[in-house]
Design a protein around this ligand. Structure first.
Ligand SMILES: *[C@@H]1O[C@H](CO)[C@@H](O)[C@H](O)[C@H]1NC(C)=O
Ligand SMILES: *[C@@H]1O[C@H](CO)[C@@H](O)[C@H](O)[C@H]1NC(C)=O
Ligand SMILES: *[C@@H]1O[C@H](CO)[C@@H](O)[C@H](O)[C@H]1NC(C)=O
Ligand SMILES: *[C@@H]1O[C@H](CO)[C@@H](O)[C@H](O)[C@H]1NC(C)=O
Ligand SMILES: *[C@@H]1O[C@H](CO)[C@@H](O)[C@H](O)[C@H]1NC(C)=O
Length: 214
């Protein structure tokens, strides 16, 4: 094999791999659109406005409930609160890598929180209250450690509150009330210095206001 064949062989191996690898990791407005379309496909409900509004004929930035950044044209907020939507949350939402705020509160979302949401490293606000989400409060939540508001009140979460929540060092508001949680509240959570308000209803309701320190 001469030098030329070897070089072409290397190219032949390298190009498909790099294209494939790029295709798997590149996140842009197209991957945001893909993630939201996957989400739309899982949503039903009598007043579901998404099928008529979330269409590829308009930019994802003009879709109802979707906001994009000014500098980077990427989806930065998804707010579908009180839209009477029913469905599960797909892992694809974890690809919205510029998302700062996710508000799905007051709908009929059910099922587990996909662990891919732990990839939303920029997220500041996560509001999922008043749905029918179930499973345990995931311990990977601490991965989204920039979150300031974590509101998951009035769902069907079970089990104990994971100790790792104490690693969400920017948390200001924590509301896990009105679920079916049990066990002890990890005392480390009360040591998060940014915390202003915490509401946890376990067997009894505990409201702790720490705002006097803030
Ligand atoms: C989708 O809804 C938004 C906000 O209500 C509206 O501005 C937009 O025109 C709608 N798009 C379509 C295609 O209906
Ligand atoms: C979502 O929109 C509602 C009004 O439609 C507003 O009250 C709420 O604060 C918004 N959520 C976020 C996280 O901005
Ligand atoms: C997005 O997420 C899904 C599931 O988590 C994955 O299959 C897909 O390849 C991801 N990437 C893009 C660019 O959409
Ligand atoms: C959470 O923080 C504690 C220290 O407060 C540390 O020991 C532990 O390894 C952290 N856990 C994770 C999952 O990062
Ligand atoms: C705890 O706070 C909730 C609002 O977040 C309020 O409705 C409830 O009455 C409070 N409970 C107590 C015991 O103060």
């Amino acid at each position: 094999m001469n030098y030329n064949t070897c070089f072409h062989l290397l190219l032949a191996l390298f190009i498909p791999c790099s294209v494939l690898c790029l295709a798997m990791t590149v996140r842009n407005l197209n991957s945001d659109q893909f993630a939201l379309l996957e989400f739309k496909d899982r949503i039903a409900g009598p007043q579901n406005v998404l099928p008529n509004n979330w269409t590829v004929s308009t930019s994802v930035c003009n879709w109802i409930g979707v906001s994009c950044g000014i500098l980077h044209k990427r989806v930065t907020a998804l707010n579908l609160t009180s839209m009477n939507l029913r469905g599960t949350i797909p892992p694809h939402l974890g690809n919205l890598s510029f998302l700062l705020s996710l508000d799905l509160s007051s709908n009929h979302f059910y099922g587990h929180l996909p662990k891919e949401l732990g990839q939303l490293h920029r997220l500041r606000i996560l509001r999922l209250s008043y749905n029918r989400l179930n499973g345990e409060i995931p311990s990977w939540l601490w991965n989204i450690h920039r979150v300031r508001r974590l509101e998951m009140k009035n769902n069907n979460f079970i089990g104990t509150i994971p100790e790792t929540l104490a690693n969400m060092s920017n948390l200001e508001i924590l509301n896990l009330g009105l679920n079916q949680l049990s066990g002890q509240v990890p005392s480390s959570i009360f040591k998060i210095s940014s915390l202003k308000a915490i509401s946890l209803c376990l067997m009894i309701c505990v409201n702790v206001s720490t705002s006097s320190q803030a």
